[in-house]
Design a binder for this molecule. Structure first.
Ligand SMILES: Cc1cc2nc3c(=O)[nH]c(=O)nc-3n(C[C@H](O)[C@H](O)[C@H](O)COP(=O)(O)OP(=O)(O)OC[C@H]3O[C@@H](n4cnc5c(N)ncnc54)[C@H](O)[C@@H]3O)c2cc1C
Length: 448
């Protein structure tokens, strides 16, 4: 039987589901509704801002949606009637569906700071519109930039703005950068790296308010009463706001779709509880893989597997999504930085008793050209179960994070990691005598 599928949203979740559905059910009629002119590779935005990539090069052509036979409607959904099984779009058209996937994503939070609303030089970082607005805002008259929030996006944007020649400030309310991914003891080198690049990094302090001169922000006042003066030599200084995202659920409020503070509530099959309606990606609220508590997990690398589970279940098979482990990575060149699972600080906040271990090696045999240090930190419960890992080093960080992700999902213990079999080769690893993950596990074991 031909099924009529409507997918709301053309981000990683929507695209992944549309491809899977059309590949496995070529006779199904799949329609995607997406307002943007093209699907943007968001992760590449900082590299466009710094000038490494062209904006057009990171906007995917519509082929990515249509080459598999999915129909693309460039419009916004405005309303869903779950009884009639129709989606209304802003042109007024109504699209009937047999099965609906909601993959509306999330939008950046703009904190309700005094002076923020209506300011023409404050920018979120998400859409193609945001990207083009930021590119337009950087003019020969721009002197300074302030980045609010030092998570992965803030860090990458601050480096990009610095590379564009701006005096760049970054203010982070938490005690250290990357607070959701890393512990303080793992980021001192990262913070030093940012400062070495000339970024004026201020941590442990929030932005309290913004002072305005007409439509532009002329000053940011910090919670310790420090002030960052902007636009004292013109009107082209800018503020980038990267303090998190909230789910895009406005069109669903007041409907029977269950919504929590972090998004649509779904079960492990990505079902919403409303018949024939699934949801996937940033628009969803979901739980941690590790302890079933609701946690943030707004990552493309979570959106894609959630969408695969949704698509498989839409096709009638029985797949489940295990929960977020949140493997993620960033760069403060030449350092690569990554984390997965719970940090030690998160565990302490949760009241968990944990033991940590650290291992340090070089990324190649020490005498090989290009060898750099790599440090691994592992976090174990007091029973010795791996619940988190962090890696900082010159190369192969994301790969180590993926290894640790697999170890967490497989339920590895400290002993499993101590006897972890690894390979060795002069260009690619330390000597056969050691491996940073194994060394970190051995260090953890010695404290248990
Ligand atoms: C600068 C930046 C860097 C990032 N870097 C990384 C990274 O390195 N690694 C990583 O894993 N993640 C990264 N992320 C996060 C990642 O981009 C998101 O987690 C991911 O895009 C979520 O995918 P999604 O499909 O759920 O939602 P989205 O990608 O947000 O897609 C949602 C879609 O829904 C559409 N939509 C919204 N409202 C409507 C409506 N009313 N009708 C129809 N369509 C609508 C949107 O226009 C969009 O097409 C980054 C994000 C940003 C902004």
């Amino acid at each position: 039987m031909v099924e009529k599928i409507v997918i709301l949203g053309g981000g990683p979740a929507g695209i992944t589901a549309s491809k899977m559905l059309r590949k496995n059910k070529p006779d199904w009629d799949v329609t995607m509704v997406r307002p943007e002119p093209s699907s943007l590779i968001y992760c590449a935005i900082p590299y466009v801002v710094e000038g490494l990539l062209e904006a057009d090069g990171v906007c995917k052509s519509d082929d990515i949606v249509t080459e598999t036979g999915t129909k693309l409607i460039k419009d916004s959904a405005t309303e869903v009637d779950f009884d009639k099984k129709t989606v209304k779009v802003s042109s007024g058209d109504e699209l009937p569906y047999d099965k609906l996937l909601i993959a509306l994503g999330a939008r950046p939070v703009m904190p309700p700071l005094e002076g923020m609303a209506g300011a023409k030089n404050t920018f979120p970082v998400k859409t193609e519109e945001d990207l083009r607005a930021i590119l337009k805002a950087i003019t020969p008259g721009s002197r300074k930039a302030l980045v609010i929030g030092a998570g992965n996006i803030g860090i990458e944007m601050a480096q990009a703005l610095k590379k564009r020649g701006l005096d760049t400030y970054m203010v982070e309310m938490a005690k250290h950068v990357l607070p959701a991914m890393m512990d303080g003891d793992m980021v001192s080198e990262v913070e030093a790296g940012l400062r070495d690049k000339g970024i004026d990094l201020i941590t442990g302090v929030g932005v309290d308010s913004l002072e305005r001169r007409g439509e532009v922000v002329s000053k940011a006042v910090l919670s310790d009463e420090r002030e960052i003066v902007l636009n004292d030599e013109g009107e082209d200084d800018l503020i980038i706001v990267s303090v998190g995202v909230r789910p895009e659920v406005d069109i669903l409020k007041g409907t029977e779709i269950p919504i929590g503070p972090m998004g649509i509530l779904v079960n492990e099959r990505m079902e919403t509880g409303v018949p024939d309606v699934w949801a996937a990606g940033d628009v969803c609220q979901y739980r941690s893989f590790l302890d079933e508590e609701i946690i943030g997990g707004k990552l493309a690398t979570n959106a894609v597997p959630m969408a695969k589970v949704a698509a498989r279940n839409m096709m009638g098979t029985n797949w489940t999504y295990d929960g977020f482990v949140n493997g993620a990575a960033t760069v403060v060149d030449p350092l690569r930085i990554g984390g997965v699972g719970f940090s030690e600080e998160t565990c302490v906040k949760k009241g968990m008793k944990v033991v940590t271990g650290k291992g340090k090696t070089t990324t190649r045999f020490p005498m090989m050209p290009g060898a750099t240090e790599v440090t691994v930190k592992l976090i174990f419960t007091e029973e010795g179960k791996l619940v988190g890992g962090q890696v900082v080093g010159g190369e192969a960080v994301a790969e180590r994070i993926d290894t640790l992700t697999m170890a967490i999902k497989a339920g590895f213990s400290v002993k499993d990691l101590m006897s972890f079999d690894y390979c060795s080769q002069p260009w690619q690893t330390f000597f056969p005598a050691s491996n940073a993950i194994v060394a970190a596990a051995e260090d953890g074991w010695s404290k248990l």
